[in-house]
Design a protein around this ligand. Structure first.
Ligand code: ATP
Length: 235
């Protein structure tokens, strides 16, 4: 579904990605692991058309999307839930979700169906639909950010550190919902520092270090790999 070939991203003299190859098969959950500054966020930004200086090739559904605008990338079916959630705190839950459906405005899709689909994954958001988003708990704000990304009906949902700053019990709840979203047919690209959880829910994983892929494999195998255990799982 998504093939990335020799992707390089630069910020001036900083080489954030130094030639990365990644392949994401339809229907799977693929996770990208790595410590702070490894280049994980830069990878998602490059796919979403949010970095200026990049080289290489990004192919989505057999179409070269390397140099497309963010709006075009979203309209082709890739949605990006950014690190730090970036919800609009002054707007209600419903208004935040509506913004996520912006690219559907010209299509004949019934917005109500999209709201219902998102609310079926996140019943708490339905209960709080008229509440101002800034007053939600951290976990609920993360749910809203994921819900908003789902409103554009993506084929590929990209999540940047959904577990960041949340209590373990909330993280488990959110990861379970990510699994449900995937089961309903959405392919997921998951960026995580929480390697343990990410390996448990994903099918395939890549480990990034200093802008390069250093390991990749079936997530279950990586979970049992001694060097991964030592470096990323706190064993
Ligand atoms: P984090 O989890 O901290 O976001 P990451 O793995 O997502 O880390 P990136 O945010 O992609 O890593 O950063 C990769 C490298 O690029 C780092 O060295 C970072 O300092 C640098 N970098 C990222 N964004 C910029 C920017 N806008 N300008 C300059 N350097 C940047």
């Amino acid at each position: 579904m998504l093939t990335i070939k020799n992707l390089k991203v630069n910020y001036g003299y900083v080489n954030a990605l130094k030639g990365v190859d990644i392949d994401i098969k339809k229907g799977k959950i693929v996770s990208i692991l790595g410590s702070n500054g490894a280049g994980k966020t830069s990878l998602l930004k490059a796919i979403s058309g949010l970095v200026e200086d990049k080289e290489g090739q990004i192919i989505f559904d057999e179409k070269d999307i390397t140099n497309l605008s963010t709006e075009k990338v979203v309209s082709l079916g890739i949605s990006h839930c950014p690190e730090g959630r970036r919800i609009f705190p002054e707007l209600t839950v419903e208004e935040n979700l509506k913004i996520g459906a912006y690219v559907l405005r010209k299509s004949k899709i019934n917005l109500n169906d999209e709201f219902n689909r998102v609310y079926s994954f996140f019943p708490k958001l339905k209960e709080r639909s008229k509440q101002v988003a800034g007053t939600l708990s951290g976990g609920e704000q993360q749910m809203l950010a994921i819900g908003r990304a789902l409103m554009s009906k993506p084929k590929l949902l990209m999540l940047d550190e959904p577990s960041l700053g949340l209590a373990p019990i909330i993280v488990s709840e959110i990861f379970k919902i990510i699994k449900d979203i995937n089961k309903e047919g959405t392919t997921v690209l998951l960026i995580e520092q929480n390697a343990n959880q990410a390996l448990k829910i994903s099918d395939y994983s890549y480990v990034l270090e200093l802008g390069q892929v250093v390991t990749s494999g079936i997530s279950q195998d990586l979970l049992n790999d001694e060097s991964i255990k030592k470096s990323y799982l706190g064993a």
